[in-house]
Design a binder for this molecule. Structure first.
Ligand SMILES: [Zn+2]
Length: 262
């Protein structure tokens, strides 16, 4: 029975991952998510038959090439699908079957889509963030231990701190360091994970961002002028909190994880 739940959540996650690919591809271009209903090859425009639209399986069967024009299919599609599946299983392991796992999975799915869109287009679309906040905030209050006050405190703390940092950076350097998109992203994250989660997300996101930034600088050779999107790192921070945050905070407080004051 337990195996069935894992299998089901993996398959469910794969399908959601497949839908996220549609969102990632169409939404930034202002296209409808449902019209046309079937995805098409970006190269030749041929609509995909049902058998070529099965998450992961089709990609492997077609050996990463379009059936019609044989153009290579991006590895991103199966990776996003696989991440969806892994996130489904991870939420189930973490929270057990129930509403809390579903809310956590939905937040992670939104963060995954937003991250890839941010990497591609350097935008965090309101059309995703605002509806997600309106739906997931009350859902988190209903199905997780979060109270509506904690959610509100999370939103104010997360977005407030990030906005202050962006403001100070702009005053000091007269340059735009961070977009308002990242602030809006923290509105969503804070509303679902509360203020502790929001602070954790900012710290973890900054740490991931610093590591990612060093990597990007080394690759581009442009030093501190290398621009990287911050949304994916904030998203990784929030996902870390969902899956292990409270335990990590506890370890930190007990001095097991070293740090300032640890
Ligand atoms: Zn094609």
């Amino acid at each position: 029975m337990v195996f069935f739940w894992y299998f089901f959540s993996f398959l469910f996650g794969l399908c959601i991952g497949s839908f996220l690919n549609v969102v990632i591809h169409r939404l930034p271009m202002g296209q409808s998510l449902t019209d046309p209903p079937r995805s098409a090859c970006p190269h030749c425009g041929e609509p995909l038959a049902a058998r070529d639209n099965i998450p992961l399986v089709s990609f492997l069967c077609l050996r990463a090439r379009c059936r019609h024009c044989h153009a290579p299919i991006s590895w991103r599609y199966p990776i996003v699908e696989l991440l969806g599946g892994v996130m489904g299983v991870a939420c189930l392991i973490r929270f057990g079957p129930g509403g809390e796992a579903v809310v956590a999975f939905c937040l992670m799915a939104v963060l995954l889509a937003v991250s890839v869109i941010d990497i591609d287009h350097r935008i965090i679309p309101d059309r995703v963030i605002l509806p997600a906040t309106v739906v997931l905030y009350p859902a988190a209050v209903a199905f997780t231990p979060l109270t509506w006050r904690q959610g509100l405190a999370g939103t104010v703390t997360g977005a407030g701190i990030l906005y202050s940092v962006a403001l100070v950076y702009r005053l000091l350097t007269h340059r735009e360091g961070m977009g308002l998109g990242d602030v809006k992203l923290m509105l969503l994250i804070g509303a679902v994970v509360g203020w502790q989660g929001a602070v954790f997300t900012l710290f973890a996101g900054a740490l991931y961002g610093a590591l990612g930034g060093l990597g990007a600088m080394a690759r581009s050779g442009r030093g501190l002028k290398t621009a990287i999107p911050f949304g994916p790192f904030l998203s990784m921070g929030a996902m870390t909190y969902l899956l292990a945050g409270p335990e990590m905070i506890l370890c930190y407080q007990r001095g097991i994880i070293p740090g300032i004051g640890g």
